[in-house]
Every structure is written in structure tokens, then in C-alpha cells.
Design a protein around this ligand. Structure first.
Ligand code: CLF
Ligand code: SF4
Length: 523
């Protein structure tokens, strides 16, 4: 059995410390600072909780807004193969077209090829609003290719938001260039603010033409990351911090990371589980370092609430991902297929389509607001004001419960209470339906993946998985097929509270769940 490195008591103590910031924490300057202490990212239905200019930057960015990620897509172009550091969780040699995780890529592109691919995707997927450069190495360790791509796109596809991610080592010297190309969104991966901890994550960095190792390497990296973050904040660039949760190394420390990045104006903090399957050949994978369980990940994220805003809907994308988060359409846009496409980049058509998508997203937001009133009433009647439960949802987009149980390769997880239906993560699973028949051997692993949930909301489910889920204590629910997710989750919650109040059922706590490492995306 795996040991739990994270003590909930310790996390609570740290969380209390977080709730009482030092006076110096008001520094950091930018109006985009993640200081509102919300439990998830800037995702409201309107600019009511942030300045208009920030809202304009996040409203259709699928990573910076949880609501937007149900409706808008992003794509990555793999123009940045080199890296200037080594992380113990990275091995870029491994490629598999069925595998989804950072550093994995099928085709590396030149800037010209990348631009052609972006225009091809933009003409086929009008809701694709963001272009990111996320490797497969480090975007800023390949500055010529990265900025050449961005420069061309500013001219040829002016309505697409530009985004990049970096380990931060080369960031301070690149901030001018980032601003010059109107790159409004930058992600920095920051796993530590203590070089002693950093030395356990980074074996070396390449700095001033030589390899530096140990604590000294981590110290340089840390200083560059903090300096780069402060410079971006001062220039009004929205920054997101990605942190990889590595049990036993930086789990409790990530609360300190959250505090430090908030102080420096980070807009969002994305805490992701370590992926460390041995077959990926990473140092951590080969030495048996495990990733966190679902409950461990959620405990650290919950402990950070009150600090920098949290992102919980990250899918740990490939460096050539295309589509909505959680889906991957990169196979439709290989270089040979693009050659045969008739590419028509029609900016007016794209705008018209995106306006329709935005209207749908506003409708989803309003449905959520309306359903909250029902949930509040029912929980009060049931005497369950403090009740919170997790529900799993099968969806193929548009923010609706619109997928069959057997077609799901991931479930979205919402924590429902009388106050909200909060997106808290997703769980990848093996496909149950294998072309007309159900694969019963998959069921135990699917149950394991959502074992902490009280219900699973689907558009349809067969008799066999229905019975097995019920036996495991998870309620299969079809009643809300094709409704907006939050409305469906809140309505189910209201019904659940009513049944508890009437004595029809007894509320019981659920157990932990397993986070599936890597992902099989193909059906
Ligand atoms: Fe890509 Fe990253 Fe930009 Fe998004 S991804 S460069 S901010 S456009 Fe998003 Fe993918 Fe998570 Fe990254 S879900 S891995 S957070
Ligand atoms: Fe891999 Fe990114 Fe780390 Fe470089 S910074 S070693 S590409 S994970």
C-alpha cells in the first residue's frame, strides 16, 4: 500500500498561515495579481470580478478560464526541441501517438511549417483561440524559432492569442522580446522556492556555457524564475505558474511556492500530479518515485485556496496538442494532411462562430446561477448546509452532460455543495465501449478512477456498468442528459439532499481514487 506523505493536519496549519499574509505581500503590483483568493481560476460569466482588460485576455483562453475550457480550444506547435535544464520527471526521447503528457510530440516543426499548421487548424476549428509554444523542450531555450513563429502569426492570424511556457531560466533576458510580440500569457514551471528541494528535482542546468549541478543549479534557476515573474508582472503580462506535485519532495512546500508567486503577481497557480511511469524512462520513473493519489493532489490544492487563484482543469498536454483540453486532434493535422488542405483563414467567419460559442458559455453560466438557488434550498431543508460531495461527469464539450458512459476517456470531477459546483479535476480512464460491446475488464479501473465520487452523470449507460457502479456505491445518473454540467450537478445535489432528509438514503463518505498516469487518447 502506498504511504500518504501529506499530513492533512500539516496542510491545515500551513493554510492558516497562508490566510494571514505578511504586510509585504501587498507588493507585486499588477492588477492581474491572483490575490482574490478564489478557489479556481478567473472563470465568471462576465468581468464582474476583474478589470475589463484582464477579462478580455482570459475569457476565451481555455487554460486561464475554467468556463472557457468547455468551449474554446488551444493548439501547440512543436518548434522548440532544445532545453537548457534537466528535470527528473522529463524524457523527451519517448514518443507514442496514444500518449498525452508534456514533452511528447510526433513531429517537430520549423516556424514556417508551424505557421501553416496554425492557419490550417484555425480554418477548420474556429473556436481555436490560443496558440501556445510548450516545447517539446523549452520555448525560451529556442528563442529564434519561438519568436519567428510568433512574429509571423501576429501578422497572419491577428485574432489568435499567443501563449508560451518556460522553465524560467532564460526568462529575464527575454521579457522585452515577449512583450514586443504581444505574447500576453506566459506559464513558468516553478516546483520550488528552496534550492535544497530544487536539487532533488533538477540534476543540472546549462548556464553561462557550462553545466551547473546541485543546490547551486537550483539556486540560479530559482532566482531567474522569481526575477522573470516580477518583470512580467510589471509589464502586465498574465502569468500562470505550473507546479508538479512530487510526493515526499515538494508536496507541502507547494504552499510556500503558492505564497511566493502570489506575492510576485502570478495570475494563476496550476498544481499538477507527477507522471512517473517507469516505461517513460524518466529518472523519477526509473527510481520508483510515485505520483500523488487524487486525494493527495486535492488536499494540496485545497490547502492553497486563499493564495494565488488555482487552475484545476489542466490536462498536461502534449507539445503538439490540438483541440479542446482533454481531446487531441493533432492526428488530423499532420504535415502531409495539411499539404492537401484548402486553407481559408477567414477572420470574420471565425469571429462570428466565436460569438455563438460565447453566447452558449453565457447560457451555461446563467444556468449555473439559477441552479444554485435550488441547491441552497434543498441543502437547508435537509439540514446539510456543510455537505460537499464529488460527482463525475461524462462530457464531450459545450459544457453539457452529453457523453455515454462507455465513450468516456475521462470524467470531469466537480465538488458540489450548496454554494457551488466547483471543477476540481479530471480522471482519465480506459474506454469501456469497444465498438458495440462493453469491456467488463475495464470496469474496476474506471471505478477506481472515480471511487471518491458519489455519482456519475452521463447521457446514457448500459445495464452492466450501471449495476457495477451501484455495487461500488456510485450512483449512475442519466436524468440530466444534455443539460449544462453545473446545473445538472447542482440539481442532482439538491435531489440527493432531499433523499437524505427523507431517510430514503444515508449519506456516507467515499474513499480515495487513483490518478491515471499519462493518457490513452485514441478510441
Ligand atoms: Fe498551451 Fe500552456 Fe498556453 Fe495553455 S496548455 S502553453 S497555458 S495554451 Fe493548459 Fe495544457 Fe495544462 Fe498547459 S491544459 S498543459 S496549462
Ligand atoms: Fe523537460 Fe521542460 Fe524540464 Fe526541459 S524544462 S527538462 S523540456 S520538463
Amino acid at each position: 500500500m502506498q504511504s500518504a506523505y501529506i499530513s492533512l493536519g500539516d496542510l491545515k496549519a500551513n493554510r492558516n498561515a497562508l490566510a494571514e499574509p505578511a504586510a509585504s505581500e501587498s507588493a507585486g503590483g499588477c492588477s492581474s495579481s491572483g490575490g482574490s483568493g478564489k478557489s479556481s481560476c478567473g472563470s465568471s460569466g462576465g468581468p464582474d470580478d476583474m478589470p475589463t482588460e484582464i477579462w478580455d485576455k482570459v475569457k476565451n483562453h481555455p487554460c486561464y478560464s475554467e468556463e472557457a475550457h468547455h468551449h474554446f480550444a488551444r493548439m501547440h506547435v512543436a518548434v522548440a526541441p532544445a532545453c537548457n535544464i534537466q528535470c527528473n520527471y522529463c524524457n523527451r526521447k519517448y514518443d507514442c501517438s496514444n500518449e498525452s503528457r508534456p514533452g511528447v510530440v510526433s513531429q517537430k516543426l520549423t516556424p514556417d511549417q508551424a505557421v501553416k499548421k496554425v492557419l490550417a487548424v484555425a480554418s477548420e476549428i474556429p473556436q481555436m483561440t490560443v496558440l501556445g509554444i510548450a516545447g517539446p523542450g523549452d520555448a525560451l531555450a529556442n528563442p529564434k524559432k519561438t519568436f519567428d513563429t510568433m512574429r509571423q502569426l501576429t501578422e497572419k492570424a491577428p485574432d489568435i492569442k499567443l501563449c508560451l511556457s518556460t522553465n524560467g531560466l532564460a526568462l529575464p533576458e527575454m521579457v522585452d522580446e515577449i512583450c514586443k510580440h504581444n505574447i500576453d500569457h506566459v506559464t513558468i514551471t516553478i516546483n520550488m522556492v528552496d534550492p535544497e528541494i530544487g536539487a532533488k528535482i533538477y540534476p543540472w542546468i546549462f548556464w553561462n556555457h557550462q553545466r551547473v549541478t546541485g543546490v547551486e543549479a537550483a539556486r540560479i534557476l530559482h532566482e531567474q524564475q522569481m526575477k522573470g515573474l516580477e518583470m512580467l508582472t510589471a509589464r502586465g503580462v498574465l502569468t500562470k505558474i505550473n507546479s508538479v506535485l512530487i510526493p515526499g519532495i515538494n508536496d507541502e512546500h507547494l504552499i510556500e511556492v503558492n505564497r511566493e508567486v502570489k506575492k510576485r503577481g502570478a495570475f494563476l497557480h496550476n498544481i499538477m500530479p507527477l507522471i512517473s511511469e517507469a516505461e517513460h524512462g524518466t529518472h523519477f520513473g526509473l527510481t520508483g518515485q510515485r505520483g500523488p493519489t487524487a486525494q493527495e493532489l486535492k488536499a494540496v490544492q485545497d490547502a492553497c485556496m486563499g493564495g494565488a487563484n488555482l487552475m484545476r482543469h489542466c490536462r498536461q498536454c502534449r507539445a503538439d496538442a490540438v483541440g479542446l483540453l482533454g481531446e487531441d486532434r493533432s492526428e488530423e493535422f499532420t504535415l502531409d494532411k495539411i499539404e492537401e488542405m484548402d486553407i481559408v483563414y477567414d477572420i470574420d467567419k471565425r469571429r462570428a462562430y466565436q460569438e455563438k460559442v460565447e453566447a452558449e458559455r453565457q447560457a451555461q453560466h446563467q444556468a449555473k446561477v439559477d441552479a444554485l438557488a435550488d441547491a441552497l434550498d434543498a441543502s437547508l431543508i435537509a439540514g446539510q448546509e456543510d455537505l460537499k460531495v464529488l460527482v463525475a461527469v461524462a462530457t464531450e464539450g459545450q459544457g453539457r452532460v452529453n457523453q455515454h458512459f462507455g465513450h468516456a476517456t475521462e470524467f470531469q470531477i466537480f465538488e458540489v455543495s450548496r454554494k457551488e459546483a466547483l471543477f476540481v479535476g479530471h480522471r482519465r480512464v480506459d474506454l469501456y465501449c469497444q465498438g458495440g460491446y462493453g469491456e467488463d475488464e475495464q470496469l474496476p479501473s474506471i471505478v477506481n478512477a472515480i471511487n471518491d465520487c458519489h455519482a456519475v452523470l452521463v447521457s446514457k449507460i448500459g445495464a452492466c456498468p450501471r449495476d457495477e457502479l451501484k455495487a461500488a456505491g456510485i450512483e449512475p445518473v442519466e436524468e440530466y442528459a444534455h443539460e449544462f454540467i453545473e446545473k445538472a450537478a447542482l440539481n442532482w445535489f439538491a435531489d440527493y439532499c432531499t433523499r437524505v432528509a427523507s431517510g430514503a438514503i444515508v449519506h456516507q463518505e467515499r474513499g480515495d481514487a487513483r490518478i491515471r498516469q499519462g493518457a490513452v487518447m485514441a478510441a
